[in-house]
Design a binder for this molecule. Structure first.
Ligand SMILES: Nc1ncnc2c1ncn2[C@@H]1O[C@H](COP(=O)(O)OP(=O)(O)OP(=O)(O)O)[C@@H](O)[C@H]1O
Length: 244
């Protein structure tokens, strides 16, 4: 379980947000929404301690990750898969090698075991036939799927997604949303997704967190978002392309 308690972050005199408190039960998906610059990416970077807060805690199964030493933090980070906005693939190596990379870096698996695991993960994202292709040859949707295969290759408990459908057409976005749902439902992965896409929020999320006015302005179950009386959240939703 991920619990965020009373988190505050500023850069110099720029307060990003404060008093951020929320929790995500295991196997559920949280969507983080809000205007550009409200601090969604900064929040995501706190969850696996890529950034440290001014104040507050991020508890993973009751352990505050900011208390961990270097070795324990490295072990904790292996429980997280991350899909970056750009997919962040290495273009000089094949799709297969991109997915194999975390296994080579973090484990002592044999080549046979690496092969089996990489092919299983490529199969899960419906890309079992493209392993030898260079990632530079792939479409945006395929790159995201290779990024997803790499994110799950170490069998993480948690997946962090930074705008997984940005730049994709609606049909390809739906394919990515289906994969996110598949991972949550079948692999019991707890996910946090930053997105500007309200359609995706409704498709994939169990909970939503709305960052606004330098705080967590609204947090609740996704069913409640349709009936919220929160004016600023309502106008944020109305301004999105997708009307709920
Ligand atoms: N490394 C950093 N150093 C200084 N300021 C930063 C740093 N990272 C982010 N910020 C600032 O923190 C604030 C929140 O940025 P963040 O990238 O989290 O916003 P966001 O909600 O993800 O935006 P977008 O939707 O445009 O991606 C911004 O004012 C940004 O300039």
């Amino acid at each position: 379980m991920i619990e965020i308690k009373n988190l505050k972050k500023s850069f110099g005199s720029n307060l990003v947000w404060e008093n951020v408190t929320l929790s995500i039960p295991n196997g559920h998906t949280l969507a983080v929404i809000g205007k550009s610059g409200c601090g969604k990416s900064v929040l995501l970077k706190h969850i696996n301690a890529l950034m440290t807060p001014d104040k507050g805690e991020v508890l993973i199964d009751d352990v505050n990750i900011f208390d961990l030493n270097y070795v324990d933090l490295r072990i904790m980070r292996q429980r997280f898969g991350v899909l970056f906005q750009s997919a962040a693939l290495f273009d000089s190596i094949s799709a297969y090698e991109n997915v194999a990379f975390p296994l080579r870096y973090f484990t002592k698996m044999t080549e046979n075991k690496i092969h089996d695991r990489v092919m299983t993960c490529l199969d899960m994202v419906n890309l079992s036939d493209i392993g030898n292709k260079s990632t530079a040859e792939l479409s945006g949707g395929m790159r995201k799927r290779v990024g997803l295969a790499r994110a799950i290759v170490l069998e993480p408990d948690y997946l962090l997604y930074d705008e997984p459908t940005s730049g994709l057409d609606p049909e390809t976005s739906n394919e990515i949303n289906e994969l996110i749902n598949h991972f949550a439902d079948n692999l019991n992965i707890t996910s946090i997704v930053i997105t500007h896409d309200m359609h995706s929020v409704l498709e994939i999320a169990d909970y939503a967190a709305f960052l606004d006015e330098q705080k967590l302005s609204w947090y609740g179950k996704i069913e409640e978002i349709r009936h919220t009386q929160h004016d600023r959240l309502n106008s944020f939703i109305r301004a999105s392309e997708y009307q709920i």
